[in-house]
Design a protein around this ligand. Structure first.
Ligand code: SAM
Ligand code: CA
Length: 244
């Protein structure tokens, strides 16, 4: 998907030497038509009814820009099943789209510790989560803090709030997530701004958090405690597997 930053950059092509050498690359993020194709072919037809309902409710909310996209929701849902996750943490719930994707993927006795400083938006999605029969898996805590106990107890964490604190969360999660467990840091391409020149026009909040995202991306790439993969899904998600 084209971002504001990319639009402002125009059609300038990088020099031949600086272009990536990935044969299979299809410039997904730059093609609305391809993105639409993915949504219509693979995502919407398979989206569970409660997730569709929550997506439609969220679309009417004034801060709907914050929600997890349907393709990323599908990705998270499958990932959680692939790693047989049972206990997870989510930081940043909003109306609960990624939370519902998670809750539907966990076994019936699975548990999600979900944290957000705002309960009101969570309550907007809660009736859908209850109707889907997965509310019993969710322990929602209003507030920013991570639990101090339960070291090594979590199979997965999804971090989607508070971009200036990602590194602090990472240090805590290195203890809370078990060795072999997975952490997903969301929005690590930050609206495409990670490759924008510093003087490019950007919305204020994009500019504010950009430096933190750049710092985080550099630091996580150099952290020997994790294996990583940064994926161009949604606004970019960096998956980390804790190795030690
Ligand atoms: N994962 C959500 C979804 O799928 O819709 C989107 C989360 S939204 C991008 C970020 C959320 O983080 C907001 O609901 C906001 O209230 C919350 N937030 C902001 N600062 C926070 C903090 N310090 N601790 C916890 N949550 C925070
Ligand atoms: Ca996000």
């Amino acid at each position: 998907m084209a971002t504001n930053v990319e639009e402002k950059q125009g059609n300038e092509q990088p020099s031949q030497e600086s272009r990536h050498q990935e044969v299979g690359h299809k410039s997904l993020l730059q093609s609305d038509a391809l993105y639409q194709y993915i949504l219509e072919t693979s995502v919407y037809p398979r989206e569970p009814e409660p997730m569709k309902e929550l997506r439609e409710i969220t679309a009417k909310h004034p801060w709907n820009l914050m929600t997890t996209s349907a393709d990323e929701g599908q990705f998270l849902h499958l990932l959680l099943k692939l790693i047989s996750a049972k206990n997870t943490i989510e930081i940043g719930v909003y109306t609960g789209y990624s939370l519902l994707a998670t809750a539907l993927a966990l076994p019936d006795d699975g548990k999600i510790l979900a944290m957000d400083i705002n309960r009101e938006n969570y309550e907007l999605g809660l009736p859908v989560i209850q109707k889907a029969g997965v509310a019993h898996k969710i322990d929602f805590r209003e507030g920013p803090a991570l639990p101090a106990k339960n070291h090594g107890a979590f199979d997965f964490a999804f971090v989607d709030a508070d971009k200036d604190n990602y590194w602090n969360y990472h240090e805590r999660l290195m203890h809370l997530v078990k060795a072999g467990g997975v952490i997903g840091y969301d929005n690590t391409l930050w609206n495409g701004s990670v490759v924008a020149p510093p003087d490019a026009p950007m919305r204020k909040y994009v500019r504010y958090y950009r430096e933190y995202v750049l710092e985080f991306n550099k630091a996580i790439a150099a952290d020997p405690r994790v294996e990583i993969c940064q994926l161009p899904v949604g606004d970019g998600i960096t998956l980390c597997r804790r190795v030690s």
